[in-house]
Design a protein around this ligand. Structure first.
Ligand SMILES: Nc1ncnc2c1ncn2[C@@H]1O[C@H](COP(=O)(O)OP(=O)(O)O)[C@@H](O)[C@H]1O
Ligand SMILES: N[C@@H](CCOP(=O)(O)O)C(=O)O
Length: 317
């Protein structure tokens, strides 16, 4: 039961890379049916000890020890960054995103936690300071700092990372009628493991292709050229190395492409795939197709989404 002083916070799921922007591009998504696809954190009150209750559809995928939970770690990281002791909180994490899924699950818990602590303790950190704390925490999980999940989950929308810029990232335009079907098969693939297969170096040809395709995508978004934007969704960095971890990707892409789907790519580090659809009708048939041909077990999740304009936020109590 919630007490009167309970505060509720939420952060949305995100797709890192969006095929064309390895570690540099990420989008927050929300189901078109109005449901929430993301983690929720409740601050139930204050107490002598920090505590965390766990609930939600994917609670069974979380580490058994509370101390290993990223929400717990986020509290201590927040306190350390602040440089003064904070009152201990009674927390509840409603874990609605599968872990090791490619839906930015670790980032989502990190983002909702830092957002909640910053709000609860009177906004001691600016947005970009908070985002940096989130990215460092995410780097602790995946093995290297990358912003392509924390930035969209925090700010919402489609975010392009801006290396060496104080602003860190910037929102890009999007085609409002586009739909994205996210399909998580129900099997776990850790981001760390999926990063371990990546090449340590790119050839000059691949480097130019990577920069070129990302530029083409961004330029097409600004030009309002939907066809060219979809055509630019090509991954020259991670996908070639990760195909062996996701052998169903190419056959699924071929089948969906024959049905007119604009693109099928790996969401984050996988195993979730995202299908870019031109409208609601195509998204519905694509969701049914992926549910039949890619979902593996009861943990599987298929959602028809649109870009989430809003990221982390407080929910009505
Ligand atoms: N609240 C949490 N949400 C997600 N993962 C968590 C959480 N707390 C701890 N973890 C651990 O963090 C790691 C997240 O794995 P990762 O492959 O990065 O997931 P994802 O790709 O879905 O973000 C796992 O080892 C998981 O046990
Ligand atoms: N750019 C990262 C994105 C990882 O996303 P996740 O949702 O799988 O954690 C990568 O491709 O490694």
């Amino acid at each position: 039961m919630q007490s009167h002083s309970t505060k509720r916070y939420y952060a949305p799921a995100s797709t890192g890379n969006l095929s064309v922007g390895f570690d540099l591009l990420g989008a927050a998504f929300e189901p078109v049916d109005g449901s929430l696809l993301g983690d929720e954190l409740l601050i139930l009150g204050e107490a002598a000890e920090l505590s965390l209750q766990l609930s939600g559809r994917y609670v069974h995928q979380l580490p058994a020890a509370t101390e290993d939970n990223l929400v717990f770690k986020a509290f201590y990281a927040f306190e350390q960054a602040l440089g003064k002791p904070l009152p201990r909180l009674r927390l509840q994490l409603n874990k609605q995103l599968p872990v090791g899924s490619g839906l930015g699950s670790s980032a989502c818990s990190i983002v909702v936690a830092f957002y909640a602590f910053n709000d609860y303790f009177g906004q001691p950190f600016s947005q970009s300071e908070l985002l940096q704390l989130m990215a460092v925490a995410e780097g602790g999980v995946s093995g290297s700092v990358h912003y392509d999940n924390v930035a969209p989950s925090y700010y919402g929308g489609l975010q392009l990372m801006l290396p060496d810029s104080a602003q860190i990232c910037r929102s890009l335009p999007w085609f409002e009628h586009w739909r994205v079907v996210l399909c998580y098969p129900g099997t776990v693939l850790s981001t760390k493991a999926a990063r371990a297969v990546l090449p340590q170096q790119l050839s000059l040809t691949d480097s130019i292709a990577f920069a070129g395709m990302l530029s083409r995508f961004v330029s097409a978004l600004y030009a309002g050229d939907e066809q060219d934007a979809a055509a630019a969704l090509q991954d020259r960095v991670a996908e070639p190395a990760r195909q062996s971890l996701m052998p169903e990707l190419l056959p699924l892409r071929t089948a969906l492409s024959e049905q007119g789907v604009l693109h099928l790519g790996i969401s984050g580090a996988g195993p979730t795939v995202f299908a870019l659809c031109r409208d609601d009708a195509q998204a519905a048939t694509t969701a049914a197709y992926l549910n039949t041909h890619y979902a593996k077990n009861q943990d599987a999740l298929t959602a028809i989404c649109r870009l989430a304009p809003q990221g982390a936020r407080a929910l009505a109590e």
